[in-house]
Design a binder for this molecule. Structure first.
Ligand code: PEP
Ligand code: MN
Length: 345
């Protein structure tokens, strides 16, 4: 961090100011020019409040050189993070560091037949994880809100049946009580900056799939991950799921450039959700391939056995047959990228 002091600031006052900063654990290099003094701060500046510095009467300008996040930062953790997940069988699945995580399943759990049938189909096609919402964040209070605890029980049955680890969304802290058997906790786009929730998940010992808020910058997503990591939970999977732009042809705009950006800035695995990003099922295969080609560590896809009659997000859900065809193509993409996609079944 670089701090330019105001012209004419008294040298004594500047030295006192610098001494105060040193008490916060950074080293200061002080350069006295003819009319202005500049302070160079080295060390860990994540705890230094840039806005408070700007408000100080001696300060002219503050330039942050280092990113405001530490634990999520690749600078302090150069190698890729690999998340290991055990499901209902003895197998351990990985996401990140050369392993692609393929998460598939319906937007929401609807019935036993639906979730178990889809789980068997996606497993057969080669998915590594089953998704399905039990608690659904819907825009309208009159839309289907998910089956709640009953939905979680059905997900557990599907896990027993197939061995696939379960990914499902947590909307409120109190729901943690019933998430014991969930393998990956999803934090949805709408909750990406629910800081109370993020702090609580920092104390939890399960991997977190953190979705990008639809108006969140890349730095804000990484700061949300930092919130969880600061509490001690370092198993975070970042998920690009499209952002709001002026175009309304697609539900959101898939920000493919966030993949290389996040991978450059952070060691955490990055996956993509082309279903919510596009909102259109026929676009999902193309954007899935694009995501893997851009370096994503996996995808999360909405798959439904009867999209026309789905209780949620049918228009963006692909069928099990389309998913199986896509998996065929992804095996080729994975081999080109030198990534492991799990065994062909
Ligand atoms: C979902 O994955 O079911 C979901 C609601 O996604 P998002 O939070 O990205 O809208
Ligand atoms: Mn959905």
């Amino acid at each position: 961090m670089i701090i330019a002091m105001k012209q004419g600031a008294a040298p004594e006052a500047v030295r006192n100011f610098a001494a105060g900063l040193e008490k916060q654990g950074v080293k200061i290099h002080l350069s006295e020019g003819a009319s202005q003094t500049v302070l160079g701060l080295v060390g860990d500046t994540t705890g230094i409040d840039e806005k408070a510095l700007k408000a100080h009467h001696l300060v002219e300008k503050v330039i942050r050189v280092q990113e405001p996040y530490k634990r999520a930062n690749r600078l302090f953790h150069p190698e890729d993070t690999r998340i290991d997940i055990r499901g209902g069988d003895s197998g351990v699945r990985h996401i990140g560091a050369g392993y692609l995580g393929i998460i598939a399943g319906p937007c929401s759990v609807e019935t036993r037949e639906q979730i178990i049938g889809i789980a068997q189909d996606v497993k057969q096609a080669g998915a590594g994880f089953l998704r399905g919402g039990a608690f659904k964040p819907r825009t309208s209070p009159y839309s289907f809100q998910g089956l709640g605890c009953e939905g979680l029980d059905l997900l557990m049955e599907a896990k027993q049946e197939t061995g696939l680890p379960i990914v499902t969304e947590l909307m409120a802290i109190h729901q943690l009580e019933v998430f014991d058997e969930v393998d990956i906790i999803q934090v949805g786009a709408r909750n990406m900056q629910n800081f109370t929730l993020l702090k609580e998940l920092g104390h939890c010992r399960k991997p977190i799939l953190l979705k990008r808020g639809y108006a969140a910058t890349i730095t804000e997503l990484l700061m949300a991950a930092e919130y969880i990591m600061a509490g001690g939970n370092e198993d975070i999977i970042l998920c690009e799921r499209g952002i709001r732009t002026f175009d309304s042809y697609t539900r959101n705009t898939l920000d493919l450039s966030s993949i290389p950006a996040l991978k450059k800035l952070s060691h955490l695995p990055v996956i993509v959700d082309p279903s919510h990003a596009t909102g259109i099922s026929w676009m999902v295969p193309a954007m899935t391939k694009a995501a893997i080609a851009a370096g994503a560590d996996g995808v999360m896809l909405e798959v439904h056995n009867d999209p026309e009659n789905a209780r949620c997000d049918g228009e963006q859900s692909i069928t099990p047959a389309a998913f199986a065809a896509l998996m065929e193509a992804l095996r080729k993409y994975a081999s080109i990228e030198g990534k492991n996609i799990g065994p062909a079944v």
